[in-house]
Design a protein around this ligand. Structure first.
Ligand SMILES: NC(=O)c1ccc[n+]([C@@H]2O[C@H](COP(=O)([O-])OP(=O)(O)OC[C@H]3O[C@@H](n4cnc5c(N)ncnc54)[C@H](OP(=O)(O)O)[C@@H]3O)[C@@H](O)[C@H]2O)c1
Length: 266
């Protein structure tokens, strides 16, 4: 893949940084974006030293509806062509629907739903035209469950991303563009520190249920290269996703209610 360029959102930490390392090790040049410039700069220097790839840092807040078009304009102004897009930036709020500031609801929808749609719509035409492209959307196991109590919008946002990825996968078949939704379960990143639930999730769920960011990102990268529309890393997560699909909603809702109570989210 030497000479190809991938845009990774949310590259300043966790899964985004892990994706950046995997793409760089495969010879891709990178465009890294997030809000924390210093973390992006450190990662960019690491990847250039380790793999001799070109790394461009573009700081953006994807909660701003104008951010996707600003990003694409900044990329074009540098004469870069985007062959791969990893829609990874994300966060959650576990305080319950009514206790969460409406501005935070809007930011969640913008960062994890509208920005991936906008970036895909802006970058996909070039990929189709050139006969090569990769879109990797980081969804969640939560998107395969009937609900995420206390974190009301998170599951539906991730369900949307799974369905939209599958639709795009269908529409781009035979064009050289691969589209994949990655559905991680519990992954060791900053995610649960940011949403303030680290203590609850660590005491509720044993270490064996957690996967490393490197492993999860590798599963996503390989699935996208293999043109799989959806992948759920880990046998336990695959079982849970299958149960979420097969069980009647009333039973599945009871199971997720137990999960939400254990985490003191409802
Ligand atoms: N960790 C898990 O257990 C888990 C499980 C399933 C799915 N996921 C999904 O995996 C993806 C990555 O999360 P992670 O686990 O790696 O979490 P993380 O370590 O907290 O990283 C989140 C990334 O998103 C970026 N981000 C957040 N808000 C942003 C904004 N407004 N504008 C631009 N960038 C923003 C952050 O960068 P800045 O703060 O620098 O902006 C950071 O780089 C998310 O979509 C998450 O929903 C995580």
């Amino acid at each position: 893949m030497r000479g190809r360029t991938v845009l990774v959102t949310g590259a300043s930490a966790g899964l985004g940084a892990a994706f950046a390392r995997i793409y760089a090790s495969a010879g891709w040049n990178l465009i890294l974006t997030a809000r924390r410039e210093a973390a992006l700069a450190v990662l960019a220097a690491e990847l250039t030293d380790a793999h001799g790839v070109t790394v461009t840092v573009l700081v953006e807040d994807l909660a701003d509806p104008q951010a996707p078009s600003r990003l694409v304009e900044a990329i074009a102004a540098r004469g870069l062509t985007v062959d791969g897009l990893v829609n990874n930036a994300g966060f959650s709020r576990t305080t319950g629907f009514l206790q969460t500031d409406p501005a935070q609801h809007a930011a969640m929808l913008q960062v994890m739903l509208s920005a991936p749609v906008a970036l895909s719509r802006l970058l996909l035409p070039g990929m189709v035209e050139r006969g090569f492209g990769r879109i990797l959307n980081v969804a969640s196991l939560a998107g395969q469950m009937p609900a995420t109590g206390g974190d009301t919008l998170y599951g539906p946002i991730k369900s949307f991303l799974i369905k939209a990825s599958q639709g795009l996968w269908l529409e781009t078949r035979g064009t050289g563009v691969h589209v994949t939704a990655l559905c991680p379960g519990y992954t060791l990143t900053e995610f649960h520190d940011v949403n303030g639930s680290r203590d609850q999730v660590s005491s509720a769920y044993p270490a064996w249920m957690w996967q490393t960011a490197d492993h999860v990102a590798r599963v996503g990268y390989d699935a996208c290269e293999a043109d799989r529309p959806r992948v759920t890393p880990g046998a336990m997560n695959t079982v849970l996703a299958t149960l979420g699909k097969l069980l009647p909603d009333s039973v599945a809702l009871n199971i997720v209610a137990g999960h939400a109570r254990r985490l003191k989210r409802i």
